[in-house]
Ligand binder design. Structure first.
Ligand code: CTP
Ligand code: MG
Length: 171
């Protein structure tokens, strides 16, 4: 078991390509109400959690709710891929605006493993190329997180490390 220290008042970005297990990790370690997922917000604004054309509206709404939670001093976890710089910089800015610590938890699972999971999912229909692109973006992401302003960065590599991790909230 590996305990990951996370400040009790922080904005946690889960980071990982599709199929890496972000939503599973969020369900396992946080309260449902602490987790804001881009899928849930796409469904809210567009009736379809996979409708990428709804992403801008979905993230707008997600950031609004995250801001309300942080203003009230509540730990908030964002469940989205976060492999692109602009998605992360918005979160760092939001955390700063509310004077809370931005935390990154990276789930780094081999692309092949994610793909075989994805192929089995009825709720995912994108092609292999999408995952490959996310993977390339993730590699770039890993080098940048500290510089981007994430104060705590936890990187879990592979299924076993992800499985063994627990969260320890720090007062
Ligand atoms: N899964 C699994 N074993 C795990 C974790 C996840 O078999 N230890 C499966 C889940 O049941 C799911 C798939 O792998 O069918 C993807 O997991 P999920 O947590 O949904 O991945 P996400 O990273 O949230 O994927 P997405 O970005 O597409 O939402
Ligand atoms: Mg998910």
């Amino acid at each position: 078991m590996t305990e990951l220290p996370v400040p009790a008042l922080s904005l946690v970005a889960l980071i990982g390509i599709s199929g890496a297990g972000k939503s599973t990790f969020a369900r396992r370690h946080f309260l449902p109400s602490q987790v804001l997922s881009s899928d849930a917000f796409r469904a809210m604004v567009a009736d379809d959690e996979t409708d990428q054309s709804a992403s801008a509206a979905a993230f707008d709404a997600l950031h609004y709710v995250a801001g309300k939670r942080l203003a009230a001093g509540r730990l908030t976890v964002i469940d989205a891929t976060h492999v692109q710089e602009h998605a992360r910089s918005t979160l760092v800015a939001l955390a700063r605006a509310h004077d809370v610590l931005p935390v990154a938890i990276v789930l780094d699972l081999p692309e092949e493993e994610c793909w075989s999971r994805t192929e089995q999912r009825p709720d995912r229909s994108f092609g292999r190329g999408v995952l490959a692109r996310q993977s390339r973006d993730l590699r770039r992401t890993l080098k940048r997180l500290n510089r981007e302003g994430f104060r705590t960065v936890h990187v879990l590599r592979g299924r076993d490390e992800i499985e063994a991790a627990t969260i320890r909230l720090q007062p």
